[in-house]
Design a protein around this ligand. Structure first.
Ligand SMILES: Nc1ncnc2c1ncn2[C@@H]1O[C@H](COP(=O)(O)OP(=O)(O)OP(=O)(O)O)[C@@H](O)[C@H]1O
Ligand SMILES: [Mg+2]
Length: 595
């Protein structure tokens, strides 16, 4: 919940630094924007012409009874209307086109950047919040482009133009019409500040709503299993109600503001008729001027309410861009060196040299870890839960960098390699297998063109995944649900083995799943493992000690330190931690088989 606070940066409607940065995204479409602005100015000018034409019609032709002249004015008026229509059409189209293109570019930039960020970033940031960035925040920018920023020029120009024309026509009547302005300015200011804070609340709640939804949907089976539905629903309902209330608040302000502007406009019209009418009767001004004034007064209020709304749109967009830029400015905590060393295919010697590591500074998760794995060796890591086994794997794959010490492959510090090169040589099978929505073939090949369908199939055959895949009606083309939800745990594991094998990595890293599987699948997986590990350096985090008895080396971790290491027999002979772990599991197995 502490994350929520930075969700809402106190927003300004205009921030030079942010605006300048946003403008860099607009630059490729400056022609679109330029033409739009010009067209808007033309439209504003054309709109000014309308009432003026009315005045001419009344004063010069109606009063004098010149029907011929009236025709001409009528044609001119129609011309003005048609021109406004065409200009607006092109302008709206161009503005929105540029807006959509900018959205597209920003979404691409954010997505690309998210792919570059290190695993540590995703430890800190809830998924729902990142999704809010890419959806709602970019949408806020969209509103600014489509409804906003360009129109501001037009509106300001209209306001100035109308005021100028009114003053030129008759300054006294103009002053009478402007008498309502203080009232209007006051209510617009009041409206703006109220709506701004209400909207800020809405956006913070939307982010929370997304985070809650994301979490409760992914954890649905746990929710149902532990009958937490009511509780989760309660939480959801609270957020949902807050969202509704905050939104209703904004609506209430709108509902007051717009009619208020109308009433104020009517007041202005009233005073124009009252004062201007008197002037006409006294012959001080012409009837045409009065009618033109009435029309200008009506035009006058539209840009003012537009501007108040655009102010909020801009403010929302500024806040959204600020949050987006925070994401875009985040530096990956793991980065490639400027001139990465190119290793070629490594022989697979792995060394940890005095490695100290912690995820969050104070507690060390690994404390002075030293070990060497020779090419082609099979090494197993064992130890209690939380001992730091998966952490060692995270460091080998360079998802994190150690604070002290080095991780070396073939004698080269992995920080000097590019991450892409490093990961090309490591086959990783994680504790919880991640499958993407797609077919089985896609999930083995991971859409990589260097891995053919034949490779994928062969890998599946060697790993014993082929029998179950070929039993599926669509075989390798069978599509998997999200995260492979339509496969069993063992089957998913086999698919991930096939994936690792198809890539033929020099180094295999395997984090065994803790969940137990049936003996039949276990046997399949054991065979598969043997195939996988052949001819390559293999590191296995093992939970079932039965699987690693023939490993070349067993490293026993205890609270982030290497407690002991050696081959199975040797460790048993010393009678240390490993012996205890082994006896525990052995007894467990006996009691299971004894039932
Ligand atoms: N992403 C993370 N952020 C912060 N702390 C973490 C993170 N991952 C693991 N830890 C902490 O690091 C310690 C070691 O975790 P690790 O995952 O390496 O254990 P493990 O030996 O793999 O355990 P298991 O057998 O349960 O898989 C634990 O105390 C854990 O709380
Ligand atoms: Mg683990």
């Amino acid at each position: 919940m502490s994350n929520e606070r930075d969700e809402e940066v106190q927003g300004k409607a205009y921030d030079r630094v942010i605006m300048r940065r946003l403008l860099t995204y607009l630059r490729p479409y400056r022609a679109h924007i330029g033409i739009s602005v010009i067209l808007l100015l033309v439209v504003a000018g054309l709109r000014l012409a309308g009432p003026y034409l009315t005045k001419i019609a009344i004063d010069n032709f109606i009063v004098t009874g010149d029907v011929e002249g009236l025709h001409k004015v009528g044609i001119a008026y129609t011309g003005v209307l048609v021109s406004i229509f065409i200009c607006r059409y092109i302008q709206i189209y161009l503005t929105n086109l540029a807006g959509q293109r900018v959205m597209y570019d920003i979404r691409v930039a954010v997505y690309r950047h998210l792919q570059k960020l290190s695993v540590a970033y995703y430890d800190r940031n809830p998924v729902g919040r990142l999704i809010t960035r890419v959806t709602n925040d970019i949408e806020a920018l969209n509103e600014m482009f489509s409804s906003g920023v360009v129109n501001i020029f037009g509106d300001i120009f209209s306001l100035i133009g109308i005021m100028a024309v009114m003053i030129t026509l008759d300054w006294k009547l103009a002053l009478v019409s402007f008498a309502v302005l203080p009232l209007l300015t006051y209510s617009a200011g009041h409206f703006r500040s109220k709506v701004r804070s209400a909207y800020r609340e809405v956006r913070a709640i939307v982010s929370r709503l997304n985070a809650h939804l994301q979490e409760s949907i992914t954890g649905m089976h746990v929710t149902q299993l532990f009958n937490r539905q009511e509780r989760n629903f309660g939480e959801f309902e609270d957020i949902n109600r807050e969202h509704q209330d905050a939104y209703i608040r904004t609506i209430r302000y709108y509902a007051i503001f717009f009619p208020a502007v109308e009433v104020i406009g009517a007041l202005a019209v009233g005073s124009i008729i009252w004062y201007g009418g008197g002037q006409v009767v006294q012959g001080a001004i012409s009837l045409g001027v009065l009618v033109a004034f009435l029309q200008y007064a009506q035009q006058f209020f539209q840009p003012i309410s537009n501007l108040s709304e655009q102010y909020n749109t801009m403010q929302a967009a500024m806040a959204a861009s600020e949050r987006l830029f925070v994401v875009l400015d985040e530096k990956p905590s793991v980065s490639d060196s400027e001139h990465p060393v190119v290793l070629g295919r490594p022989s697979g010697r792995i060394e940890f040299r005095g490695v100290w590591f912690s995820y969050n500074e104070p507690e060390w998760v690994l404390k002075d870890v030293n070990f060497t794995v020779e090419p082609g060796q099979r090494v197993a890591f064992v130890g209690a839960t939380g001992a730091g086994k998966s952490t060692i794997i995270n460091l080998i794959c360079r998802f994190y960098d150690p604070q002290r010490g080095q991780v070396l492959i073939d004698g080269v510090d992995i920080r000097t390699l590019s991450q892409q090169e490093l990961r090309k040589y490591i086959g990783l099978v994680l504790q919880d297998v991640f499958l993407f929505s797609g077919t089985i073939e896609d999930n083995i090949r991971l859409w990589n063109d260097t891995v053919t369908f034949e490779d994928a199939r062969e890998a599946a055959v060697r790993i014993n995944a082929h029998p179950f895949v070929s039993r599926l009606p669509e075989g390798y083309a069978a599509s998997l649900g999200e995260r492979g939800s339509n496969l069993s745990t063992g089957q998913r594991q086999l698919i991930s083995f096939a994936r690792a094998l198809a890539y033929d990595p020099a180094i295999l890293v395997l984090d065994e799943a803790t969940s137990s599987i049936d003996t039949e699948t276990e046997r399949l997986i054991q065979d598969a493992l043997r195939t996988l590990m052949a001819n390559r350096t293999s590191l296995i985090v093992a939970h079932r000690l039965s699987t690693i008895q023939d490993a070349d080396q067993i490293i026993v971790l205890h609270r982030g330190q290497i407690h002991e290491s050696g081959a199975h027999r040797k460790l048993l002979d010393t009678g240390g931690l490993y012996t205890r772990l082994y006896q525990l599991q052995y007894r467990e197995q006996e009691s299971v088989s004894g039932e």
